[in-house]
Design a protein around this ligand. Structure first.
Ligand code: CU
Length: 210
């Protein structure tokens, strides 16, 4: 009997180990936000590029998840998503491909506010003046009708300046070779709507050149 059980369980155990081993970083994750009366919980989420954010209304009141800039809301922003009214247990989801800081709110209760923060990636994170760095501001492609602006802050500089502007489609990364000697270089990105309106800039991603 025991042997029979083991014969059944062992292959499943192996399958589980293999499944975990091959899961890798390629699979997009889902980050949950619970909408309650009257807040987004958690207020700030940080999905990785390509991850999904799933909002669920767990409150009794109707709510929305509304990107700053949505038409008719009197706000300024990128208007990346404008959910319909979500009643109790209703959900709304969106994959975030592009690094940026996305403020949003509930259009019914504007004091309910949240933020989705997606960071850029750099590979490698440190190197020499001859190193080619991959600077990655989106995964897959930039949403249709939108474009990405990427800024750089070079060592010794006090401000960000434009580096890559109005990138669309699958223009989601670029090579960077240090052009201002050694030190820390910082990059940040935001998403713009083609006809105006933009998200906030992402948190800076750093590379160290020595
Ligand atoms: Cu609300």
């Amino acid at each position: 009997m025991l042997r029979a059980v083991r014969r059944i369980v062992a292959p499943f155990g192996l399958a589980l180990v293999l499944a975990l081993a091959f899961q890798g970083p390629a699979l997009a994750a889902t980050v949950n936000v619970s909408i309650v009366d009257f807040a987004f919980n958690p207020t700030t989420v940080k999905p990785k590029q390509g991850d999904m954010v799933l909002w669920t209304n767990n409150g009794n009141a109707p709510h929305t998840t509304t990107s700053d800039g949505c038409p008719g809301t009197g706000t300024v922003g990128v208007a990346l998503w404008c959910s319909p009214t979500l009643n109790d247990t209703d959900t709304f989801s969106l994959a975030f491909s592009t690094a940026a800081k996305y403020p949003y709110f509930c259009d019914i209760h504007p004091s309910m506010q949240g933020t989705v923060q997606v960071n850029m990636k750099a590979n490698p994170k440190s190197g020499g003046v001859g190193t080619n760095f991959s600077i990655i501001w989106a995964k897959g492609s930039i949403p249709t009708g939108f474009n990405a602006d990427i800024q750089i802050k070079r060592p010794g500089s006090t401000q960000f300046v434009d580096w890559m502007i109005d990138k669309t489609g699958t223009m989601v990364s670029a090579q960077f070779q240090p052009d201002s000697g050694t030190g820390v270089y910082q990059f940040r990105s935001r998403l713009q709507k083609g006809t105006g309106g933009a998200s906030d800039f992402s948190k800076a991603t750093k590379i160290t050149v020595s």
